[in-house]
Ligand binder design. Structure first.
Ligand code: ME8
Length: 662
């Protein structure tokens, strides 16, 4: 692949559900990365799409009295509408029912068959139609699908098999020699464990229904929907006919997917590519899940948030910003309307919208709407500090984007927004405008009229340029807003990542077109966060800091105690919370019940890596809380020794993740 090309994909969404906030989160994150790479001058190809075959889709269509194709056309349209509303800048929207994809699947099959990796066999096992996944009996949990907990169907079919087992060792070698193939790296071990257990061959045809790609050369069989769907990534890159495009974009730089489908992307898909003699993608980035304050989103709980509705009500950028600011990519996080409104008012209206408004209105008032020049010698220490803040913000934002740490990229970029507001506060342009000393200067005689006007011009010009630079740093996440800022400042053309440029008055002479405020303040909802307010001491650390001989507590009824849902949880990832000596941010697995993010006050007792893989006890039904702006859902139990060092409570022997502690 040529070095200036950058190919990024997301999962293609099942058309058996309406677009939901989890889908939106993934598309917005990948979109931010695609936009960032474009700003950096890369030739980006960004592919999203819909996964349209399979038993579940066929049954949904039949239930509606529609032909499957009619049904998928309708739902695919809804996904496309939603992504338009969210300003997703994809270059390709692939649908697995398209002829180009059928052709690509057929060609890949020919290659896999030539490699001797297909055989006919009898499949006897279980199938989850909702997840479109085969399960051996040993993996079921209480007879249900271990991923979604729904009932599974027994299947006995003469099927085609793919020799997945043959690729166990090559994949292990690939994982070892490419330690960043799976990102975040904390996820790698989970997949390595699957390889260590040994892979079984995979049934890849179905013959009991017909809504799928006909299995090449074997009438009556259709290709297993996952085998079909994964191939979309090379179809979009140009496989098999467009050799130029394929050479340019394949292998992909990133497949961006959710944690529930990691095995398909890090094991099955790479094995298919190895079999077909095609190179493997550089990285698979696994993101966490969007939760609601009441837990997992689910239709039956009535807590599914429609992204289109939120974008319609608050604007796409407010939603995009909240999704990427609130949740650390790779971890789970909670989103709600209250959280969005809070972010909107605090960050977008108070900081960013206000900055544009205060600078714009003064340029309008004192310079007739034309950005004044920065006169020679009129810059002082305040401009030096602002330039320094701009360089730091640019570096922090770039580092964040490069690592998919969007919350950090935004925090970095916000450093410049805050610094620009402080600059205006400290430079006091309103005083210069009144013919007095600004910049905190207290001289006896007033400045000359010319001196005051020159300095006023410099402050407003430099301030507007800092805002323009911030708009570049924020472009990947809030593109419409940044476009509006550029247009207001009279700047045309596409932005480039050049924000290390000094603040030198390059906007001088531009005519402003100031419109309505960018983000008019919203009425704060009655309850801004579903969780309790952050306590001075994080709730997660309370048991750990309580001394062994705590004051006696009232006795607790048996029923009261049983209301506490204590679970065995395994630490999957751990990192320090920036600027907080005592806090660690952990992701813990509850087995089939998914993952949680918890903030625990044990950073002075454990290095993050010591905890990875360890089983701990989690109070799982504690209401989520925000600790240092990070969502913490649950409390990890720990006891302090005589020296105040914390020891997490851990089961004495191997127990299943997610098991109840009583
Ligand atoms: O899995 N939060 O489709 P899908 C964040 N068709 N991400 C979530 C989420 C949540 N609450 N719920 C789902 C499929 N996702 C297959 C993919 S790719 C060749 C085939 C993510 O519609 C999920 O992890 O069930 C996946 O990455 C994407 O949304 C589509 O999920």
């Amino acid at each position: 692949m040529s070095r200036d090309a950058f190919y990024i994909t997301t999962a293609i969404d099942y058309v058996n559900a309406e677009p939901h906030m989890g889908h939106a989160y993934e598309k917005v994150g990948a979109d931010a990365m695609a936009r960032y790479q474009r700003l950096r001058g890369k030739d980006v190809r960004f592919t999203i799409g819909t996964d349209e075959h399979g038993q579940k889709v066929a049954e949904s269509a039949a239930a509606l009295g529609l032909e499957p194709q009619q049904h998928v056309d309708r739902i695919a349209g809804r996904f496309q509408d939603a992504w338009k509303q969210l300003e997703i800048s994809h270059d390709d929207f692939i649908r697995t029912t398209q002829p180009r994809h059928h052709k690509s699947v057929a060609e890949l099959f020919t290659r896999v068959q030539s490699a001797g990796d297909l055989y006919l066999g009898d499949y006897v096992g279980w199938y989850c139609k909702f997840e479109e996944t085969f399960w051996p009996e040993t993996k079921l949990e209480q007879g249900n699908c271990p991923t979604c907990n729904r009932p599974v169907q027994k299947i006995t079919e003469r099927n085609w098999f793919f020799k997945l087992s043959k690729y166990t060792e090559p994949l292990k070698r690939h994982f070892q020699s490419n330690p960043e193939f799976i990102l975040p790296v904390a996820r790698r071990q989970e997949m390595m464990n699957i390889l260590e257990e040994g892979l079984e061959d995979l049934s890849i045809s179905r013959s009991t229904f017909q809504w799928g790609i006909p299995f090449p050369g074997h009438p009556g069989h259709v290709v297993y929907v996952w085998f079909d769907a994964l191939i979309n990534y090379i179809t979009s890159a140009g496989f098999p006919d467009d050799a130029g495009s394929l050479a340019r974009y394949w292998p992909a730089d990133y497949h961006v997917i959710g944690k529930d489908i990691a095995k398909f992307h890090t094991i099955i898909w790479p094995a298919m590519l190895l079999s077909a003699g095609l190179p493997l993608p550089a990285h698979v980035f696994i993101h966490g899940f969007v939760l609601t304050p009441t837990g997992k989103m689910s239709k039956s709980l009535g807590n599914v948030i429609a992204p289109g509705e939120m974008a319609g009500k608050y604007g796409a950028d407010a939603l995009r910003y909240t999704l990427l600011r609130e949740i650390a990519w790779g971890q789970d996080g909670v989103i709600s309307e209250e959280i969005l409104v809070n972010r909107y008012n605090r960050d977008l209206a108070n900081d960013l919208g206000n900055l544009l408004h205060r600078i714009g209105t003064q340029i309008q008032k004192h310079f007739g709407g034309v950005v004044p020049p920065v006169a020679e010698g009129s810059k002082g220490p305040l401009e030096g500090e602002l330039e320094q803040a701009s360089r730091e913000a640019s570096r922090a934002a770039a580092a964040g984007y490069e690592a998919f740490a969007f919350h950090q990229a935004l925090e970095g970029a916000w450093g410049l927004v805050r610094a620009a507001n402080q600059y205006v506060d400290r430079a006091e342009p309103w005083k210069w405008a009144a013919g007095k000393w600004g910049d905190g200067l207290r001289e006896e005689n007033p400045p000359s009229a010319e001196q005051a006007r020159v300095r006023l011009g410099t402050v407003l010009s430099v301030g507007s340029e800092a805002l323009l630079q911030a708009a570049t740093l924020l472009e990947p996440v809030i593109p419409a807003t940044c476009q509006c800022i550029r247009a207001t400042l009279g700047v045309e053309g596409r932005p480039h990542w050049d924000s290390e440029a000094p603040l030198s008055g390059r906007l001088a002479g531009k005519t402003l077109s100031l419109g309505a405020p960018l983000f008019p303040r919203l009425e704060a909802p009655a309850r801004v966060e579903a969780a309790p307010k952050p306590a001075a001491k994080p709730p997660a650390s309370k048991p750990a800091v309580r001394p062994p001989a705590a004051a006696p507590v009232e006795s607790l009824g048996y029923d009261d105690f049983m209301r506490a849902d204590l679970r065995v949880a395994r630490v999957v990832s751990a990192s320090r919370v920036p600027n907080a000596d005592k806090l660690l941010q952990l992701s813990v697995s509850l087995g089939g019940a998914g993952e949680r993010q918890v903030v625990a006050g044990i950073a002075q007792s454990y290095a993050p890596e010591e905890l990875i893989g360890k089983q701990v006890v989690l109070v799982a039904n504690l209401a989520p809380a925000k600790i240092r702006g990070i969502e913490s859902h649950g409390m990890i139990l720990a006891a302090a020794d005589a020296d105040g060092k914390h020891h997490v409570v851990t089961p004495d022997g191997s127990t299943p993740d997610g098991g109840r502690v009583k």
